[in-house]
Design a protein around this ligand. Structure first.
Ligand code: B1N
Length: 831
């Protein structure tokens, strides 16, 4: 159906380059053909679609490279402060649409490929998602890279080039199965391998103390084993192509790839055993999200990329300034959570042991250079490593950690604090459960600034995780509310809406997201509302097609699309949504003749492979979907769809088609959320708790345009204080009782009636996430949503005011704040 295909969210023809000059089309066409011939090695007659895709990427990349070199040179000539963003995750997704859009070449490319008889939209879908991240934390790093390029900050992203990104999720009879992801199977045309950029990374061994003639002792680490880190560079082009930065990802390579004598003796596997062990480091992304990986290999990954990145940053600094003492003046290193926190000890080692800087000066440099972002308060997600493991794997770094801690505790005592509880609480060593190094404490103490990712989260950070450290260093904790890049999440994902917004508010919206406010006066303008609604409907038609293809569920594009898309975790409370779905199902069946608001509940998200309870929740959603979708009594009123394998590309299709955004975490547990921002920007109304950035979204879109329900973070703490047995709560709610009875007794799992008995038992007696306590408020709030939906004018007004009010959540704003207040570097938007 061509009309539907035309409606699908497509590459952004946002009006900026709608009529490409004929000569530029011809140039691009010739460039593609040259690349097809000389880089892909094919002629037009024999080229496959994938060959065309490669040629198009190469032709696009060629247009980035000159700007890239110019930006790189400018950083050496003008010497702006450099920012190094260290992250174990970069969830970047596809790059072709992003690059073309930022270069302003989308329409030119569309015309050029059309002349060659290939369809740009098709080619775009051949690109595998680069899924080098789990969820929000990794996606934030990707948005930040794009915003730093847009703001012409001389930034480098550093991470790991995993051979296999986040697993592919298949739903088999509703159960999640994990399959390896293979994004590099056909190569990666965006990256440049730099085999000459190679650092040796040590592990194990011992520390030697050397006394020099002047009596001073120096320490030298003699590792037992080395692995090489090889750089792969991907250019990151900012909006309007003004500036290009580098994402440098490290791949592990064995120093000694083959033991020839062993091979010749016939032991072919033994001959490559060392190589396998070394290269395992960059083999696969850990699929944990907010749960500790707890594996030795994870620590090897963390140290591997931290050390390679610091060595690279120091080499660049030395090349530019010939000495390391001025590092903090010229360099800012941002740690994305504690995963790179070993950097504090490693930078000290490099400065003191390798560059011969005195300890005190090295410490000033380290603290002046490093800052740290915390992304979670969940106790189980706060990283700590056993002391014996660190002593064995990184003996010199462990010595340095001990010394940092001793000096830190000395200064605490000197400032008059002698209370044993406080000393134990601020120590980098946790003595409770075996001796462990608290990586959050290491990152805190080694940083000049520590930030949370929403106003509420930063406040709670000061009250909980860093209560004592925060009192000792009252100026250290600051807030930087997350943001998202509008280039991907509005211009590219929703070109129809973007065009309408630009036509109405002016082209200024492309460069100044706050200009979106100018559409507010049209929120009740019948003509504008009509066009706004038409765009949403087109996007819903396209999503309905995807749902039919992938879930075999037929949904009517005119019903309310109620969407919860995110990692599956108990604190995010997909269960609350499923329980409400069942309650609604019961209510409709009891009175099918009432005027129900037809809706489809759309879910997508992966559970960590080892998180059995989360996988059971996915199964429940699918079991409930099966019963509801096949029940003729609720036909036309309620459907449920669980879209498999949620990733960045799928998000780009779902978000522009959403009416209602589910942000229903237990208050105090979601540090920020960023999906909440993407959905509201695209005109979805939020139903949510006062958690994370929801609080600030409410302030920006207006109290009347968001549905807030449930306990506040304070009330959650109080309620837990009274115990988490919910029998009384359940007894007070007939609807909840009926739902739990049905699920627990096997109404949705006739093939295995006891499947959910344990789950219902936990909700009843040990409801840590307070699903039961918030149930009635959530159910009532959903009825308010339905009432608003029936008042079409009121609904569209609220939807438009969401889009109009979300400008502040641009990651350009977030990055400008980091630049001003943490990095002390200049952000400037070139226009
Ligand atoms: O970081 C996002 C926030 O918007 C989310 O609220 C927050 O949940 C997320 C260990 C994490 N926090 N912690 C992680 C990821 C992987 C891992 O191995 C922890 N992810 C978040 C961006 O600020």
């Amino acid at each position: 159906n061509t009309s539907e295909a035309a409606c699908a969210p497509s590459l952004a023809d946002t009006g900026r380059d709608i009529a490409p000059a004929a000569d530029s089309v011809a140039n691009l066409r010739e460039a593609i053909l040259r690349r097809l011939t000389y880089s892909v090695g094919k002629n037009q007659a024999s080229a496959s679609e994938y060959d065309w895709y490669l040629a198009v990427v190469y032709a696009t990349r060629d247009r980035i490279v000159e700007g890239w070199m110019a930006s790189t040179n400018a950083a050496y000539v003008h010497g702006p402060k450099r920012v190094y963003y260290l992250s174990l995750e970069f969830l970047i997704g596809r790059l072709l649409g992003d690059a073309l859009n930022n270069l302003g070449l989308t329409e030119t490319m569309r015309a050029a490929t059309r002349e060659l008889g290939v369809d740009l939209e098709r080619l775009r879908t051949l690109e595998p998602d680069a899924a080098l991240g789990n969820g929000g934390l990794g996606r934030l790093a990707a948005c930040f890279m794009e915003s730093m390029a847009t703001l012409s900050i001389a930034a480098h992203g550093y991470g790991i080039r995993y051979d296999h990104g986040l697993f592919r999720q298949v739903l088999k009879d509703g159960w999640q199965q994990e399959y390896p992801e293979d994004w590099l199977a056909l190569g990666n045309p965006w990256e440049f391998k730099r085999p000459e950029v190679c650092y040796r990374i040590g592990f194990g061994g011992a520390v030697e103390a050397l006394t020099s003639p002047d009596g001073a002792t120096r320490y030298a680490w003699k590792p037992a084993e080395y692995v090489e880190a090889i750089a792969y560079d991907t250019p990151v082009v900012g909006w309007r192509g003004a500036h290009v930065n580098t994402l440098r990802l490290w791949s592990a390579r064995a120093c000694d790839p083959l033991q020839l004598d062993v091979f010749n003796a016939g032991d072919y596997v033994g001959a490559v055993a060392d190589k396998m062990r070394a290269e395992a480091i960059s083999k696969v992304l850990y699929p944990s999200d907010e749960t500790p990986a707890g594996q030795e290999l994870r620590l090897r990954q963390e140290y591997f990329f931290a050390s390679a990145s610091l060595q690279d940053a120091l080499r660049r600094h030395l090349k530019q300034y010939q000495e390391v003492r001025s590092l903090a003046e010229h360099v800012a290193i941002q740690l994305n959570d504690t995963h790179p926190a070993i950097s504090v000890a490693e930078l000290m080692r490099l400065l003191v042991d390798v560059h011969g800087i005195a300890w005190e000066e090295a410490w000033k440099i380290t603290q002046g250079t490093i800052s740290y972002t915390n992304h979670t308060l969940l106790p189980e997600a706060l990283e700590s490593w056993p002391v014996p493991l660190l002593e064995r794997m990184l003996p010199r770094q462990m010595q340095i950690i001990y010394l940092i801690n001793a000096l830190h505790l000395d200064s605490v005592r000197k400032s008059g604090h002698t209370d044993a509880r406080l000393i134990a609480a601020v120590s980098m060593i946790d003595e409770h459960a075996g001796r462990r190094v608290r990586m959050g404490h290491l990152a805190f103490i080694g940083s000049h600034k520590v930030n949370g990712v929403s106003a509420l989260h930063s406040k709670l950070l000061k009250q909980t995780v860093f209560r004592d450290l925060g009192t000792l260093y009252p100026d250290r904790i600051v807030n930087k509310t997350n943001g998202i890049t509008f280039r991907r999440w509005l211009f590219e994902a929703n070109p129809g809406l973007t065009r309408l917004l630009a036509d109405t508010a002016g082209e200024g919206i492309y460069d100044d997201p706050m200009a979106l406010r100018k559409i507010a006066p049209y929120a009740s303008d019948a003509a504008f509302v009509g066009e706004f609604a038409a765009v949403k409907r087109q996007n819903k038609v396209a999503l309905a097609k995807i749902i039919l293809d992938r879930c075999h569920v037929k949904v009517d594009p005119d019903v309310l699309f109620d969407v919860q898309i995110k990692r599956v975790h108990e604190y995010k409370r997909q269960l609350l949504n499923i329980l409400e779905t069942v309650a609604l199902y019961d209510a409709i069946r009891a009175q099918p003749y009432l005027d129900w608001v037809p809706r489809v509940k759309i879910f997508a998200g992966k559970a960590a492979a080892s998180y059995h309870h989360a996988k059971l929740i996915i199964k429940l959603a699918n079991d409930v979907a099966n019963v509801i979708n096949n029940d003729p009594t609720v036909r036309g009123m309620l459907k449920v769809a669980y879209l498999p394998n949620y990733n960045v590309s799928l998000a780009e299709s779902i978000i522009p088609a959403s009416d209602l955004s589910e942000q229903i975490s237990t208050a105090g547990m979601e540090a920020s959320g960023t999906g909440n921002m993407k959905l509201a920007l695209n005109g979805a109304l939020t139903i949510g708790t006062l958690d994370g950035a929801n609080v600030e979204i409410k302030q920006h879109v207006g109290d009347e345009n968001i549905f807030i329900f449930g306990m506040t973070a304070e009330q959650v703490a109080q309620r837990r204080g009274r115990g988490i047995d919910m029998r009384e709560t359940i007894a007070r709610s007939p609807a909840l009782r009926e739902v739990l009875d049905a699920i627990g007794s096997g109404v949705f799992s006739p093939d295995d009636p006891g499947r959910y008995a344990g789950l219902v038992d936990i909700l009843t007696h040990h409801d840590h996430f307070l699903v039961c306590e918030d149930f009635d408020a959530y159910y009532a709030c959903q009825r308010e949503v339905a009432a608003k939906w029936l008042d079409r004018a009121a609904w569209w007004k609220a939807s438009i005011l969401n889009t109009a009010g979300m400008g502040w959540f641009s990651s350009d704003r977030t990055i400008a704040e980091y630049a001003d207040e943490i990095w002390k570097t200049q952000a400037q938007k070139k226009e």
